[in-house]
Design a protein around this ligand. Structure first.
Ligand code: HEM
Length: 286
């Protein structure tokens, strides 16, 4: 939808002409900012909860005596007698002193999974971490349901998020364009962007909610089949953690792409809905 022509009075060459389009609906914008805020609190409080037992397993068993651990962060004594923080992933240990396993001032270190700056509260407090986590988890899940229903009704889901066959075919070109920091300002999501958003919205968000529910004893009583689907509470916890790591990776790339694509125009569109697009492509705008 185009409502306004470019305000520049000097006539520009046809291909460089710009126009302002309405790009993001109100539901997309509000839910986007709700999950940006809720995910911040969920991440920090989630790492607080993880720190209560900084070890992940596959299956139903958990504890130092079992062999099913896939990740652990703890303080250990090295062969030379010095104590440090070690992270063990699938049997391979790495010295992560200062960040994972052992952190804080050299004279008064803390023996904890994630460091104080990465958890909420910063000090060890599982009960408060859980209260914060569950409050924002419900808010996040409600925002996701609103986004899903409104996107289904408005056609945003099928038109802008689900990649079409043409989007999949254009992926190699889209990857080369991204590597060259060449962005098309036509108001539509490109193939790579659709794939990333579909991955986050339709795979990671539902998975992180479902595995969260699987870890809840109340849900185990109501929907015991959740435990069967995810292969036990410990596997659900590991998948939940992997989803968190994928979201952190997405977030870093997402912000870099927003900056590379033109932060002012991008931010204006996700806050107000209005986007400055290439005029020649205006008929494609969402
Ligand atoms: C963890 C937090 C975040 C997640 C999971 C996330 C995810 C998403 C998703 C899925 C979309 C597409 C929404 C749709 O079309 O329905 C989107 C769009 C967008 N996000 Fe985020 N976002 C996050 C944080 C942020 C932050 C902090 C910023 C700003 C600095 C930002 C800026 C944008 C912009 C500008 C767009 C529109 C991109 C475009 O129109 O090309 N996002 N985000």
């Amino acid at each position: 939808m185009t409502i306004m022509d470019d305000i520049e009075s000097r006539p520009a060459p046809q291909n460089d002409e710009k126009t302002i389009i309405y790009r993001h609906r109100i539901a997309t914008r509000i839910t986007h900012w709700i999950w940006a805020i809720t995910l911040f609190f969920l991440l920090l409080s989630g790492l607080q909860i993880f720190n209560a037992h900084p070890q992940l397993y596959i299956g139903n068993q958990s504890g130092f005596e079992f062999e099913n651990s896939v990740l652990s962060m703890r303080a250990m004594q090295a062969a030379d007698g010095t104590v440090g923080g070690y992270t063990t992933v699938l049997g391979h240990s790495f010295d992560t002193t200062g960040v994972f396993g052992m952190s804080g001032p050299a004279g008064n270190p803390s023996y904890r999974g994630f460091p104080a700056w990465a958890t909420l509260p910063s000090y060890q407090d599982l009960a408060t971490g859980r209260v914060i986590h569950f409050f924002f988890a419900w808010l996040f899940s409600a925002a996701f349901l609103v986004w899903f229903a409104s996107s289904l009704i408005s056609g945003h889901l099928t038109r802008d998020i689900l990649p079409s066959v043409a989007d999949i075919r254009s992926l190699p070109r889209s990857i080369v364009d991204h590597l060259r920091f060449r962005f098309h300002h036509d108001g539509r999501y490109n193939g790579l962007q659709k794939l990333a958003y579909a991955g986050v919205l339709l795979v990671i968000f539902p998975l992180i909610i479902a595995t969260g529910l699987t870890m809840s004893p109340g849900m185990n009583a109501a929907w015991p089949w959740l435990l069967d689907i995810f292969g036990g509470r410990q596997t659900a916890r590991t998948i939940h953690f992997l989803c968190m790591a994928a979201l952190v990776a997405f977030f870093v790339i997402h912000i870099l792409m927003v900056i590379a694509a033109g932060p002012l125009n991008e931010m204006r569109s996700i806050i107000t809905g209005w986007y400055r697009a290439d005029k020649k492509n205006e008929e494609h705008s969402a």
